[in-house]
Design a protein around this ligand. Structure first.
Ligand SMILES: Nc1ncnc2c1ncn2[C@@H]1O[C@H](COP(=O)(O)OP(=O)(O)O)[C@@H](O)[C@H]1O
Ligand SMILES: [Mg+2]
Length: 233
């Protein structure tokens, strides 16, 4: 894969290499190391996909201009986005790390991330009038306890209860699933969301069990497709 000439020229890049491919289920997302003619190095993230780039670009630009914690877009065309690299852990890594280190779910750090995450979501919903739909915790990065959003291609009109229930369902289902810690943290997330967004808790709990089933169905479908693919080889 090559970087587009327009991007290379505008950043006066004389040398570049792809350093890493990020885990991604939908697109090709890569870390690019660059050097300009003065020998100054930089890093960018290239997101390559066949459709939906324009939509994602529009949302990212709008959010960035309005002070949201999202990466700055430097270049886009029909198939790719080149954006600022945020050297941070994903929210998933952060939470799994909390669990590994046996932090109590009412530990100050856990509470802080939960509130910051909900504050980011609240601003996003109020500003865009959209929901994220794809709310897996790899779509958020954590830097100095601040939350950054990176994946907006599935945004659509919807109910925020569904997004919040989806997040709490994902928390339960990351491997290893349903540990004591994950159950407690999923409940903490749901409780805090209920209070912060003034929502009905029973409805969220009901919605979470619906989302758990939906995620499991999707995973099952995917693994069946992989098995079918393998047997056809
Ligand atoms: N600007 C960025 N800075 C650092 N890491 C990023 C950035 N954008 C994406 N990533 C990493 O790449 C992964 C996949 O990106 P994402 O936009 O979620 O792609 P996909 O649509 O394929 O899920 C993210 O989980 C994150 O780890
Ligand atoms: Mg993603």
């Amino acid at each position: 894969m090559c970087l587009p000439k327009q991007f290379v020229d505008s950043h006066q890049i004389v040398k570049y290499k792809f350093e890493k491919v990020f885990p991604s289920k939908k697109n090709k997302v890569m870390l690019v190391y660059t050097e300009d003619f003065l020998g100054k190095s930089n890093r960018f993230v290239l997101k390559y996909k066949n459709r939906g780039i324009q939509k994602e670009n529009n949302i990212l630009i709008k959010l960035y201009r309005n002070g949201f914690n999202v990466p700055k877009v430097y270049y886009h065309n029909d198939q790719m986005l080149l954006m600022e690299y945020l050297p941070a852990n994903t929210l998933l890594e952060t939470i799994l790390d909390f669990e590994r280190k046996s932090y109590k779910v009412d530990d100050e750090r856990v509470i802080k991330i939960t509130y910051n995450f909900l504050a980011w979501l609240d601003q996003f919903y109020n500003f865009t009038g959209l929901t994220l739909q794809d709310c897996n915790l790899r779509n958020f990065l954590v830097s100095n306890n601040d939350i950054y959003g990176v994946d907006f291609e599935d945004c659509a009109k919807g109910k925020r209860e569904e997004d919040l229930a989806r997040i709490s369902a994902f928390i339960l289902l990351y491997s290893p699933e349903y540990t004591d810690w994950k159950v407690k943290f999923s409940n903490l997330f749901l409780d805090t969301a209920t209070k912060e967004f003034n929502l009905d808790k029973d409805r969220l709990i009901f919605e979470r069990s619906k989302q758990v089933k939906a995620i499991k169905r999707r995973r099952m479908k995917k693994s069946k497709a992989i098995i079918n693919n393998e047997t056809q080889k």
